[in-house]
Design a protein around this ligand. Sequence first.
Ligand SMILES: [Fe+2]
Length: 287
Amino acid sequence: MALTFKKLHPLYGVEIGGVDVTRPVDARTFGQIRAAFEEHSVVLFRDQPMDDTKQIAFSELFGPLEISGSANPGVGTPFARQSNLDIKSGETIPVDDWRMIYQKANYLWHSDSSFKRVPSLCSLLSGRICPPSGGNTELTCMRAGYRVLPDSLKNKIETLVAEHALSHSRDRVEPGILSAAQKAELPAVRQGMVRVNPINFRKALYVGAHAGAIEGWNQDDGRGLIDELIERATIEDHRISHAWREGDIIVWDNRAVVHRATAYDTVKHKRLMQRTTVGGNESTLPR
Ligand SMILES: [Fe+2]
């Protein structure tokens, strides 16, 4: 059966049909999926009832997977669990529990794993249990985010280096929520502010909530520019807001989009999303 392609947004994003990605995908079909990913940055598949084994098999077609660190309940596995359900008991986690406060940083625009020296290629998020309303994932096209910048700003950021750390995004929500050991696990890293796709050479702005400083700038000016760039890039016209259905799986290109979670009623409703993250293979800085 031939693949079908439906645009999600005038600028980016595509829904692919005509394939069951819960079963082994042949090389020719995956070639088409990978090409769509490079071109459109966001790829949605619907009606794909995933379990963990199937999600790992599909994700690994994109490359080796990252292993979750100690701040996520999926620690030591390829899964970054996004949920209001306790991983052992399945019971709803109280709103004032640190695990729920910790997840609030996901409401900020970010690129997954930008706090790693070699940041991720892409994330795959599957909807396992979805609330009847709320809990959308919003995405923003950072190629457009780069394009709309005035030339003076494009030139300015071309050679700048931003400092990214998991603690920068967590401190924006709840200062000190990460322990000293968790901070030591992930020391700050240096990232370029513009990422170029190695296949089609399209440029994307590379900033988000994990970026907390600019090398050689004072703290306020650096943070001010980072926040200004995020604001310019994440305008309504660049956004997709995805309302999840169980069985959806989205692959997004962390080099070319930022994303954020949105609120839902965590007391009344259950939500379980499983994320796998495919590691990158190159630094964002020039060799
Ligand atoms: Fe994320």
